[in-house]
Each structure stands twice: as C-alpha cells, then as structure tokens.
Design a protein around this ligand. Sequence first.
Ligand code: SF4
Length: 348
Amino acid sequence: MITRSSALLQRPDSPSVDVMPLTLPSAWQTQLSQAIRDPRELCRRLGLDDAWLPGAERGHALFEIRVPEAFLARMRHGDPNDPLLHQVLPLAAEGESVPGYVTDPLAEAEHTSGPGLIHKYNGRVLLIASPACAVNCRYCFRRHFPYADNSPSRAQWERSLETLHNDPSIHEAILSGGDPLAASDRQLAWLIERLEAIPHLKRLRLHTRLPVVIPDRVDDALLGWLGATRLQKVVVLHINHANEIDKAVIDACARLKAAGATLLNQSVLLRNVNDSVDALAQLSERLFEAGVLPYYLHVLDPVAGAAHFDVPDEEARELVAGLREELPGFLLPRLVREIPGEASKTPL
Ligand code: SF4
C-alpha cells in the first residue's frame, strides 16, 4: 500500500534492490496547493454577480486571495452576504487610506528579537514557524507583515533556540505565522524536538486556522509529533462564525484532543460576519459541541485595508452584554484589545 506522506516505489524487474524513496504530498498539502488564488474563479464558483469582480481584483492586488476548497464548500452559493465569504473576498475598500489604520498595528517590529522571534509578554515567546497561511483573511493584522525578513534559516532557528535556552523565565513557546501548521511535519517535528530539550519550557501553544479551513491537516503525521511531545499542548484555533464548524472540523478537533491538546478559540469581532448576539451565541455553542472553549473575542486591530470590518467599542460591549444574558459564563469569550507595549491583552 502506498502511504501519502512517504511512499516506496519498486521497479518490477528487481524488487529486492531497487527500492527508491519517493515523497508524495499529503492530502492537506495537495489541498493547500489547489486553493483558489484568483478572484474571478472565486466569484464564478460561488455564482456571484460580475459587479463584485473589479473590487475583488483591486483588493487582491494589495493582499492576494487564498481560499481552500474545503472552506469554500461551507459558503452559500449565490449569496454575497455569506459570513465566510466576507472574511476572504477582497474589496476595493481595502485600498482606501483611513486615519489610524497602519501596516503594523501591534508594533511587532519593535518586539522582534531576531528573525521569526517575537517577545511581547513575560514568560512566553512567539515563533513565526511558517510565513504561509491556508487562507488569507482580509482583516488579518499581519497582512503587511515582512515575512521575507522573518523566515529563519536553520542557523537563525538555532540562534532563536539558544535565546530561549538562555532565558529561564520563558515557560511557553507559541508557534504562529502565517499559520504554523503550513510548515511540513518534518520541520515541525524537528522544531518541537529542539524546544522540548529546553528544560524550563513547559508549554507548546499553536495558533492555527488550518484545522478549520483544511481539516485534513490533522493527519497521522501531525498527531505523531503532537502526541509524542512532553510539553503541555494548547491549540488556539481561529473561528469567527458557527458556519465554519462542520463535521470534518469537529472530527479534526476530536483528533487534536485525543492527542492531548487543550482546545481554545479566538475570534475577531467583524462587521457583517459575527456582529450580532445571535451569531456570537451560535458560535460559542457550536465551538463547545466541537470540544473547543471560547477564549478571546478581539476587537479589530487597526490594520491598513481592514477598516470596513470595524465594530465600535461601545457596540462591542453591548454585544457582549447581550451575550452574557444568553450563555453560561464558560461560553463567554473575553472581549479584548491588544495595545502595543501593554503587558497583556486589555479587557474592554
Ligand atoms: S495569520 Fe491567521 S488571520 Fe492572518 S491570514 Fe493567516 S489564518 Fe488568516
């Protein structure tokens, strides 16, 4: 039987000696490479009116479109108001300059201690494990991030690991990106092995959207290194609407839990996506059905190109007050803003 991640091909004339290793892409890697990257294709597949196309092409020129098939399949055909579509459809408004909206809204450049190493908070560091994402979310605060300067070579990784090794105050490593799970399992297994050799490191946290947009990412290879590490594991998913959680996502979450991961979710409060008490309540309920606890509800980071997603603070507080009346406390996410230079997220 040929496995997808590592196959052996045998020549029929000499099977005993001519065994040639061949690496085939995993199912998720194939899906990643086949993601939609053309606004015209997205509009055509969803049966959208041609009137959406000029704006989509303008936004795409600023931040390229990327939508995997498994995520597309959860959108309603012919509905330009679909809450999943809103998260990925480029708009002409992304080209408007809006006061206060900047390219590095969290001032991450000031906290970068080396290529791919960001140290913002006490006790934990963030490693950019991959510059790529499986989906390009239009509101992303890293849509202008200089990934080219933060894609470490092996030697640079060694220096970052050395930094962690020499700082006993660091107890948690956060793998981020891009999406850390866009890296290959071979690379991730190498990195985790190096991290777990640092004696004062207790926890490994993954910030990822891949198990949501391509649930097949949670395959045996991933579960192998995740399940084997001595580090406590926290997977923080990023889901903004209940419609993102289908059976395949629920199954992927179950596999992550079985590997010993604690599952949390962070959402962004987004205009025309989840800006109602009903939408937020359904999201929390659906997350819990998938075994995931709501963790943060972030207000939008003021990144250039995303101002049309903003929900004012007062409205955000009212929504959460309404949500509090609907849900038990453990399903209520914390409404927060990240303010550059603060020692933690700031509750609203
Ligand atoms: S980093 Fe997260 S929010 Fe930003 S584009 Fe990638 S998946 Fe979306």
